[in-house]
Design a protein around this ligand. Structure first.
Ligand code: NAP
Length: 286
């Protein structure tokens, strides 16, 4: 089968929208449902909608993603990321589709100092991370076969993200202060969507770590954004403890791509190449 019927939850979000476009361009029949069309916290709506469309694959990109607010809205975060994902997994089981659940590096505590393999014991520092991990547990409990895709530091053309924030700041300010003691892999949503598009054509189920390759600190990331965008902005390094932020974030969240490479997929390009590519197109179109 060359083309599939794919249903995307959270299709108005940063990643969901990108996945929608990438899959549609690849010739798949894509049903994109934003929160208005499908609230994943209402179990009967999830089941009825999945039965109505009967997709081959469900890509579950809907989530409560406000990491700081989740600290005060614990119930809502768990309702969407935990119970909502349970609803999605149960409905996927009922209609016998494939599921891709998008998860996060924030399920880890950041204590590692080498790239994190997929089988590392999760230990989230934040409510957001805990709620996403609960989603993973439901997926594993309910389904025999599934794709869990953990990713990190997303940016792209849709939604709000660090790259867009830096570009906007660069239009107004000559100086920005950015933390230099958190390390990760910036990931372009276009590359992640392409990787997910490859995965769904296979039965190579399991838990994957997918991010652009290479790594940096947020400080290095910001410097690269301004360099590539040709903006003269001074980036001042600072420490996480200087920023009062409600949610704790992992210091180190570089994901190892063992399962991806082990299953014969080509390593995803370096984050700086992806960023350059993204900025070239984004800056021309905006
Ligand atoms: N952003 C990152 O850096 C990052 C890193 C690692 C993993 N992830 C994961 O990647 C996935 C996509 O994230 P993103 O950056 O695209 O986030 P996003 O832009 O916030 O998109 C999430 C979407 O989910 C929708 N949503 C929230 N509650 C819902 C509900 N009850 N029912 C249906 N839809 C609901 C949101 O709708 P509203 O706008 O109406 O609230 C939003 O459109 C998430 O699973 C996230 O945990 C993100």
């Amino acid at each position: 089968m060359d083309t599939l019927k794919v249903l995307v939850t959270g299709s108005r979000g940063q990643l969901g929208k990108e996945i929608y476009h990438v899959l549609e361009k690849a010739g798949h029949q894509v049903i994109g449902l934003g929160r208005q069309q499908l609230d994943i916290t209402i179990s009967e709506d999830v089941l009825n909608t999945f039965k109505k469309y009967s997709p081959d694959v469900v890509i579950h990109a809907a989530a409560y993603t406000d990491v700081n607010n989740a600290e005060n809205e614990q119930e809502e975060a768990f309702k969407v990321n935990g119970a909502g994902t349970k609803n999605v997994a149960l409905a996927v089981h009922e209609i016998k589709a494939k599921l891709v659940y998008v998860s996060t590096d924030y399920i880890f505590n950041g204590a590692s100092r080498s790239p994190i393999p997929e089988d590392t014991e999760p230990s989230p520092l934040s409510v957001y991370g805990q709620s996403k991990l609960e989603g993973e547990k439901y997926v594993k409990e309910i389904l025999e076969d599934f794709f869990i895709v953990r990713t990190s530091w997303l940016y792209g053309q849709f939604g709000n993200n660090f790259v867009k924030k830096m570009l906007e700041a660069g239009d107004r300010l000559q100086k920005v202060t950015v933390v230099d003691d958190q390390f990760g892999s910036p990931t372009y949503t276009g590359d992640l969507a392409e990787a997910i598009a490859k995965l769904i054509m296979t039965d190579k189920y399991g838990t994957y770590h997918l991010s652009n390759s290479g790594s940096c600190s947020w400080y290095e990331f910001a410097k690269k954004i301004f360099e590539l965008a040709d903006k003269e902005v001074t980036v001042v390094p600072c420490k996480t403890e200087e920023f009062k932020s409600p949610a704790k974030r992992p210091e180190y969240s570089i994901l190892e791509h063992g399962k991806w490479k082990g299953n014969g997929f080509e390593e995803i390009r370096h984050w700086s190449n992806a960023l350059e590519d993204f900025l070239t197109h984004y800056l021309i179109s905006s």
